[in-house]
Ligand binder design. Structure first.
Ligand code: NAD
Length: 369
């Protein structure tokens, strides 16, 4: 299969983890006879320095012309004091908006071999495999008015508006059902229907769409309860679908279930354009350029890209399985390690994953023959 991938390395460790991803993608292309081509483009701090804007038009064009987008991370102390329009993060928000990436998918998998890296007990964590589906382009982060003003009394007030159209809710809820149907067929819709009108409409729409997916078991949960249940018993969840702000908070809470930011992948999808794949962590300026970054969140994001954008399920699963094997063998990057383990650099971890991909692929082929 022939695919063009837009590559946006960004800043800090972005370049190192993206280089790791390309090496793995090339190995997958080689083993499965695919033809991946890469179009590099600038975003974030690097784009501010060279193009005078965090999101050049050329970058948007390259992304729109590609089959999928792989992003490293943006930001760093060099740009921290820039005016709002010249901040690297503006590039991220801009690309999400330009490409209408309304669905943010964050898988949370607690690898048994990493259970010591989490603050929760292994008995609570082991077996956790859930997906948070967060609405990304609507809700209180985008509703207008969002401003400070004077009340009639003369007092200063601040207003934010929680706005959702039926269409915005329908498309994200449908995405939640579609994903649940492909997984363990359990969907938890999270809202605040005891207080918010937008949540009551959300609930109604979930119940309507549920008729289209009779094989998926649906339940509703209030967001405060969901926050508690994620820590109490994360194994009860398969797919969680929720609005923008609730998803923002719950997905960071759920990140703690994996033990390290370096393990969290993500996908942001639109209705029919290219999807964007990136690790959940930032540009880690403190370790940039030192060959220390954990590339696994990026490699797990590559696995999502292969599955969700290209329909290459075997290829994506092979990357996931290889990462699991490498961790089970005790290999760690510095962020995951305690004292006893084998600490690898970014390049060494990448090579270990590739070695394992090759071995597992060979053994699958042999058992098929
Ligand atoms: P960060 O995620 O970059 O780093 C937090 C801590 O985790 C650091 O100690 C870092 O070394 C470590 N870390 C993160 N990813 C790692 C990896 N793959 N391997 C090993 N260790 C890793 O968050 P921060 O320090 O708050 O932010 C740094 C910069 O990144 C800021 O400019 C921020 O705005 C930006 N940022 C960008 C994104 C993005 O591009 N999506 C997300 C969050 C933060």
């Amino acid at each position: 299969m022939k695919k063009q991938i837009a590559i946006l390395p960004g800043d800090g460790i972005g370049k190192e983890i993206i280089s790791s991803a390309i090496t793995v993608l090339n190995e997958i292309a080689n083993l499965f006879d695919h033809d991946f081509s890469y179009e590099y483009a600038r975003i974030g701090g690097e784009a501010i320095d060279i193009d005078g804007t965090p999101l050049p038009e050329e970058t948007i064009k390259v992304c729109k012309e590609s089959d999928a987008i792989l992003l490293g991370a943006v930001g760093g102390p060099k740009w921290d004091n820039n005016p709002p329009d010249l901040r690297p993060e503006k590039g991220l928000l801009g690309i999400r908006k330009s490409l209408q990436l309304f669905a943010n998918l964050r898988p949370v998998i607690a690898f048994d071999s990493l259970s010591d890296a989490s603050t929760l007990k292994p008995s609570v964590l082991n077996g956790t495999d859930l997906m948070i589906v967060r609405e990304l382009t609507g809700g209180i982060y985008f509703g207008q008015p969002s401003e400070r003003r004077k009340a009639k009394s003369g007092e200063e007030i601040a207003v934010d508006t929680l706005y959702y159209s039926r269409e915005e809710i329908e498309r994200i809820v449908r995405k939640g059902f579609e994903l649940a149907a492909l997984r363990r067929r359990k969907l938890t819709s999270v809202d605040k229907a005891n207080v918010l009108e937008s949540s009551r409409m959300w609930r109604e729409i979930v119940d309507e769409i549920a008729h289209e997916y009779p094989g998926v078991e649906v339940s509703h949960m209030l967001v405060d309860n969901a926050a508690m249940q994620l820590i109490r018993n994360p194994k009860q969840f398969d797919v969680i679908v929720t609005e923008n702000m609730f998803g923002d908070i719950l997905s960071d809470e759920a990140a703690m279930l994996t033990g390290s930011l370096g393990m969290l992948s993500s996908a942001s999808l639109s209705a029919n354009g290219p999807g964007l794949y990136e690790p959940a962590h930032g540009s880690a300026p403190d370790i940039a350029g030192q060959n220390k970054a954990n590339p696994l969140a990026t490699l797990l994001s590559v696995a999502m890209m292969l599955k969700y954008s290209f329909g290459m399920n075997n290829e994506g699963s092979l990357i996931e399985k290889s990462i699991e094997c490498v961790l089970e063998e005790g290999y760690r990057t510095a962020d995951l390690a305690d004292h006893s383990e084998l600490i690898l650099s970014t390049d060494e971890m990448t090579n270990k994953v590739i070695e394992t991909i090759t071995i597992l692929h060979k053994s699958t082929k042999m058992s098929a023959n």
